[in-house]
Design a protein around this ligand. Structure first.
Ligand SMILES: Nc1nc2c(ncn2[C@@H]2O[C@H](COP(=O)(O)OP(=O)(O)O)[C@@H](O)[C@H]2O)c(=O)[nH]1
Ligand SMILES: [Mg+2]
Length: 274
């Protein structure tokens, strides 16, 4: 993890457009679950500006993550929210969103796989009005580790399903490095999947509301410590129920010409598997 990240380009651009100096322009949200080896250095490497708000959500880690976040708080302003019990990746992001003020919101992982210098790559298309939602893509950029075959196949499968049923091709659909324009914040209302399927649910909701998604090249590093907490079978089941559910919702939206995603009278079999 580099501590000498240059934010010059981003600074210049943001300072120019951020005329109301008292308001936050950018919120950076980091969901944290047992990342005590990496979280402090990541927080220290983020841009330190008045108009950038940094939010860490501890999802009831049972290591020293909180302590490490507090260490980073000595150097800079970081908002820390603590869940009283483990509630999952998606729920942690939602807590961050609820407590954020930025006009643009970035989420990034706390395990060191994402590089802070890519933040600008992700927010630029939003600043330029080319996208409402950007997703970091390791396929457009680079990745420095061997992707397990099951992950790659799963991602390909989700890509095809989204392409067939929701008419958009998003190759990098499982990554957690994204930027979102606050004007599309309603995509977070009524989220049903609070674990990793959350990532796919967000993409589908963004498409259903007609907002613009763009994939941007990022560098994806290997996990230096610990390992991914994804339980593939569980994620696959959740993804399956999620996509079915949203196909039904899409049909309902089309046939009754409603523009809101609603969840009334949903059958029980579609409950998230936790
Ligand atoms: N809040 C929360 N975050 C989690 C949980 N599990 C993983 N994370 C965080 O989500 C990010 C991605 O997790 P990871 O397991 O590396 O997923 P992968 O990179 O997609 O394989 C990291 O920042 C983790 O700390 C959880 O149960 N709750
Ligand atoms: Mg990871």
């Amino acid at each position: 993890m580099s501590h000498h990240v240059s934010y010059n380009k981003m600074d210049k651009h943001l300072e120019r457009i951020n005329k109301e100096k008292d308001s936050y322009f950018l919120s950076i949200i980091l969901p944290v679950y047992n990342e005590d080896k990496t979280i402090c250095s990541i927080l220290n490497s983020l841009p330190n500006k008045d108009y950038i708000e940094i939010i860490a959500i501890d999802d009831k880690s049972n290591d020293d993550s909180i302590c490490e976040i507090q260490k980073a708080q000595e150097n800079r302003n970081i908002k820390l929210y603590k869940h009283s019990k483990n509630q999952g990746y998606g729920k942690a992001i939602l807590t961050g969103i609820k407590n954020s003020k930025g006009k643009i919101i970035v989420t990034m992982d706390a395990d060191g796989q994402h590089s802070p210098e890519d933040i600008y790559t992700l927010i630029k298309p939003i600043l330029d009005g080319e996208a409402d939602y950007t997703i970091g893509s390791r396929y457009l950029g680079t990745y420095h580790y061997k992707l397990p075959l099951s992950t790659r196949l799963g991602e390909l499968f989700v890509e095809k399903l989204i392409q067939v049923f929701f008419r958009q091709r998003i190759a990098s659909n499982q990554g957690g490095f994204r930027a979102i324009d606050r004007k599309i914040i309603k995509i977070f209302d009524n989220i049903q999947y609070l674990n990793y399927a959350f990532t796919t649910e967000l993409i589908i909701r963004t498409i259903l509301y007609g907002y613009k998604i763009k994939e941007c090249p990022i560098k994806l590093m290997d996990r230096a410590h610990g390992k991914s907490r994804i339980i593939l079978n569980k994620l696959a089941l959740n993804l399956f129920s999620l996509i079915l559910r949203y196909i039904l919702i899409k049909i309902k939206m089309k046939t009754s010409r409603i523009n809101e995603i609603s969840f009334k009278k949903e059958p029980l079999i579609f409950k998230e598997i936790v």
